[in-house]
Ligand binder design. Sequence first.
Ligand code: AN0
Ligand code: CP
Length: 317
Amino acid sequence: MKQFTSVADIGDLRKAVAEALEIKANRFAHTDLGRNRTLLMIFFNSSLRTRLSTQKAAMNLGMNVMVLDVNQGAWKLETERGVIMDGDKAEHLLEAIPVMGSYCDLIGVRSFAGLKDRDEDYEERVVGQFIKYSGRPVFSMEAATGHPLQAFADIITIEEHKTKERPKVVLTWAPHPKALPQAVPNSFAQWSVAAGYDVVITHPEGYELSPEFTAGATIEYDRAKAFEGADFVYAKNWSAYAGDNYGKVLSTDRSWTVDDATMAMTDNAYFMHCLPVRRNMIVTDSVIESPRSLVIPEAANREISAQTVIKRMLESL
Ligand code: AN0
Ligand code: CP
């Protein structure tokens, strides 16, 4: 595997999940694979889970790991070509990328959407430039439009907990005070359709996601109908995608908070969220602390999704 930015890069999803579960059962089976190999993780944005789980996954494979927080101690990077660099940015990504590539064997990149210019975000310019100019296999640790390591961990978690072949999985928008990217819901929708689930997406009007990611899912504006018979409830906030409202917060309506009454509409569903989560905005204390909450095992599976992807990349070197 030379790049991992989307569900297409994982190939047969069933096989990938089977491989992930084997890795989970014996995570130190391939400690020689990464010997004398170095992973460089580059963060343009904050992280708790991705940082720790990806580092742990690489260490399980015997790798050395370097972490760079671009905004803390590195030179400020220009990302646009053709700019006269007379402002506060001291270095261009076009030099920084090949330099970083020269110190490592694999690169992980986290770079969120700017949420100002939709075309620019959906072109995935930053991760695209790493793929083009680093000379190394590159994986997304959440880019502008997708968070595939999260979605892969979510699918592993659903596969471990489902009790029917084709569970009903409901992705619900929930309120949040700040504008957040569409990366997590885009990837979750795309990966859960690829996994063959009955996928229903519910949100207030105006929060329609890109059809490129939601193809195969049902959009249901009626919350009660959406949650009826659900086996899994996946909550997430995202900002608007559509038209002139791109990147805007259109609603903070707390009737969309996932609470006990919401969960009572389901078929005793499990609750999922990628974390970090704002309690009593996205989900109530009671639901996230309930025995049906999968948020901790879901986060733990981030180590497994990362290890599966890094293992495949090491095998391709
Ligand atoms: C980010 C997001 O919504 O994309 C990261 C989630 C993994 N969340 C926040 O910025 C709160
Ligand atoms: N879920 C997730 O990616 O969390 P972090 O932003 O803490 O890495």
